[in-house]
Design a protein around this ligand. Structure first.
Ligand SMILES: [Zn+2]
Length: 298
């Protein structure tokens, strides 16, 4: 039996992504602060084993280990010339782990710099950088793209346009919201309604949120808020959520997430009930969290 295309598949109920990559690297003894994306070249077996763990845990799709593999983020490790190699290899590793039946999403994260006038980044240069990354991921056979952990609306819009300029594959777009008490905003001050309206207008296939520094109760509230914003837009679009495993606690200067898989799955069940079909985990989540979600929701 052949697979459905992602666009059809994500409308047919739960589509389970993977959990964190960074958390699993730390668990395997990888040094914090090194370039995780370069492990595609340096230690492909490590990356491959993490993808395989997630597929065994029930993920329908994994994200390529390329979150920081744009020119600007790689420049911080002196690796700005390695964009194509890191992304090509990352997509190959994930494709091999996924086989024919499972899916691979090319992962695109923020540049880490500010656009003009706040910073020095020019929109067309940023677009070229994301297009460079997307081309390399595309060439190695990803099934679609996920642009995530974005906090600036202009930057996520540019990333979406860049991906769309190189292919017609499905695009998921996700921003990182924090709780402001009553409401939710990204670090750059974007609210949910503004994000939903602008991102939908760019023609993505799924829209959502990931990696906020907040409790799972707040993720549940945010899911409801997203669902009503999407409903108001009257567009047929799938919702996505990748919560962290709750709030981090600082242990010896490192963020540690303590929410156990069963509690994570209980919160995710409520997020799913709010109308979110695409679900994965961000910081602090591992294969056990994904497995718990799959068991509870399938
Ligand atoms: Zn995260």
């Amino acid at each position: 039996m052949g697979r459905l295309g992602i666009k059809e598949r994500i409308k047919k109920g739960l589509f389970l992504l993977d959990g964190a990559m960074g958390t699993q690297l730390i668990a395997r003894g990888v040094e914090v602060g090194k370039c995780n994306d370069y492990l595609n070249i340096d230690s492909p077996d490590t990356i491959s084993s993490i993808h395989k763990d997630y597929f065994e845990a029930g993920s329908d799709a994994v994200l390529t280990n390329t979150f920081g593999a744009n020119k600007y983020a790689l420049a911080r490790h002196g690796l700005s010339e390695e964009v194509t190699r890191i992304n090509t290899t990352g997509a190959q590793i994930a494709r091999k782990a996924a086989g024919e039946e499972k899916y691979v999403l090319g992962d695109i994260g923020p540049s880490g710099d500010f656009l003009q006038p706040l910073g020095a980044l020019k929109p067309d240069e940023l677009k070229n950088a994301f297009a460079e990354q997307a081309k390399a991921l595309l060439a190695s056979g990803v099934d679609g793209f996920i642009i995530e952990t974005m906090t600036a609306l202009d930057e996520i819009a540019i990333a979406i346009e860049a991906v769309k300029s190189v292919c017609e594959l499905p695009v998921f777009a996700s921003m990182a919201f924090d709780s402001t008490g009553e409401d939710f905003k990204t670090m750059m001050g974007v609210d949910v309604e503004t994000a939903v309206t602008r991102i939908i207008s760019l023609g993505v296939d799924a829209i959502g949120f990931n990696c906020g520094k907040m409790s799972l109760d707040n993720y549940i509230r945010l899911a409801a808020k997203y669902a009503s914003a999407v409903q108001n837009s009257e567009q047929d679009i799938v919702l996505l959520a990748e919560p962290n495993a709750g709030l981090p606690e600082l242990v010896e200067g490192q963020a540690v997430y303590e929410v156990p898989p069963a509690d994570f799955a209980a919160a995710v069940e409520k997020i799913h009930s709010a109308g979110v079909n695409i679900i994965g985990g961000c910081c602090g989540t591992g294969p056990a969290h994904i497995e718990a979600v799959g068991k509870k929701l399938r």
